[in-house]
Ligand binder design. Structure first.
Ligand SMILES: Nc1ncnc2c1ncn2[C@@H]1O[C@H](COP(=O)(O)OP(=O)(O)O)[C@@H](O)[C@H]1O
Ligand SMILES: [Mg+2]
Length: 373
């Protein structure tokens, strides 16, 4: 589908692509990864002739792209970049229609395409088609960027760090979406990232580049098991841990909204909360919302009679994690402490949730058996 033969790109004396050769099959999801400046974007742009190499050959669908008309070539190739690049003065529908319009599709066809595409990412046509990019969240804008690249149903889609600017949560959702779209539409995708977790999640094949060369090209499992260089190992490092849940954070596994009370809350009210939620420990907050510790039902029984407020009862500290900490670290803390839970805090020390042994068991199950359950 896409074949590189000893492709060389230079800027002056600097060799940017150093005789790279690889082949990406039809329908494959290929991910180009490597450190900043290694030549990922340059490689991508040679595929649609935004950059032309000094030597070597590139074939798309069996034809040398230098024999093709660049405009016709680009019609076969959708292109998504990190900076979204939506036209701010055009609505969502107009943005999606840019290429189909240029290809002289009829008005009806264009509307149908737009409806179908929005439908695929669960954005309703009625609600979103006539909005402007500035009225959308970053994640929604990037979705439209992806849809726009798909609008003329090109067999190939190039994506250059498309989710790089999004927050981790949105990024995760869009990664799941692109996996779904790829399964459904069976496009050949070349996706650039510098995030190994993203590569492992998305790729059929990972192409690892360093200093203009391909260091390894392999499936995710093969690369995890047999990384071909120390640099690849380093990229994998974050991800590699015995239990495989290292890349997930405490926030991914915590239960949100655990029962809590202010120090100044009455003892009676606090015990009622505990009874209602069937818990034997209550998290305590300072008046500024920061986490203070917890009180146990045992201590309430012991000291509750003399106390007016819950803060007068001994408040004991618990093991804490922060939302961005590795889930594996929180689990270790949980196992090391004799408490049944670890308190997860936001950066400003307010309570975000708790990680319990049940959340841990779930995480282990996911890591061991994937999402087949
Ligand atoms: N127009 C240019 N002129 C000179 N050097 C360039 C140009 N574009 C890119 N480079 C250099 O080529 C190398 C590879 O760039 P790029 O492909 O953008 O890397 P990546 O996408 O992997 O971060 C970098 O060292 C970059 O500085
Ligand atoms: Mg780049």
């Amino acid at each position: 589908m896409i074949r590189f033969e000893e492709v060389v790109k230079k800027y002056g004396d600097a060799v940017i692509l150093d005789q790279i050769s690889f082949e990406i099959k039809e329908g494959e999801f290929a991910v180009l990864i490597g450190p900043s400046g290694c030549g990922k974007t340059t490689t991508l742009k040679t595929i649609n002739r935004l950059i032309e190499p000094e030597a070597g050959r590139i074939y798309v669908e069996g034809k040398d792209i230098m024999d093709a008309n660049p405009v016709q070539l680009r019609r076969k190739i959708g292109y998504v970049i990190q900076e979204i690049g939506l036209f701010p003065n055009m609505t969502v529908a107009q943005n999606i229609a840019v290429v189909p319009k240029r290809l002289k599709y009829s008005k009806e066809e264009i509307e149908q395409i737009t409806r179908d595409l929005l439908d695929m990412v669960n954005m309703s046509y009625e609600e979103y088609a006539h909005k402007y990019p500035s009225e959308l969240s970053g994640g929604q804008q990037q979705r439209i960027g992806v849809l726009r690249a798909l609008a003329a149903s090109p067999p190939i889609v190039l994506m250059d760090e498309p989710f790089g600017a999004l927050d981790p949560m949105t990024r995760n959702v869009l990664q799941d979406e692109i996996i779904r779209l790829h399964k459904k539409l069976k496009k050949t995708i070349v996706f650039v990232t510098h995030d190994m977790d993203e590569a492992l999640k998305l790729a059929d094949t990972i192409i690892f580049m360093d200093q203009g060369k391909i260091v390894q090209m392999a499936g995710p499992d093969e690369m995890l098991e047999n990384p071909a260089s120390d640099l690849i190992k380093q990229f994998m490092g974050k991800r590699l841990s015995e239990n495989g849940v290292n890349s997930l954070t405490a926030a991914d596994f915590m239960k949100s909204h655990p029962a809590s009370a202010y120090r100044s809350d009455g003892v009676k009210k606090s015990t009622q909360i505990m009874a209602r939620r069937q818990i034997d420990t209550l998290l305590i907050k300072n008046e500024d919302e920061t986490y203070a510790g917890s009180v146990t039902i045992g201590n309430i029984r012991k000291f509750g009679k003399q106390a007016q407020t819950i803060g007068e009862i001994p408040v004991t500290p618990n093991a804490v994690s922060y939302t961005k900490d590795d889930a594996a670290d929180s689990f270790e803390k949980l196992l090391d402490s004799d408490s049944d839970f670890v308190v997860v805090l936001h950066d400003n020390d307010t309570i975000a949730g708790i990680v319990t042994k049940t959340s841990m068991a779930r995480a282990m199950a996911d890591a061991l058996w994937g999402d087949e359950s």
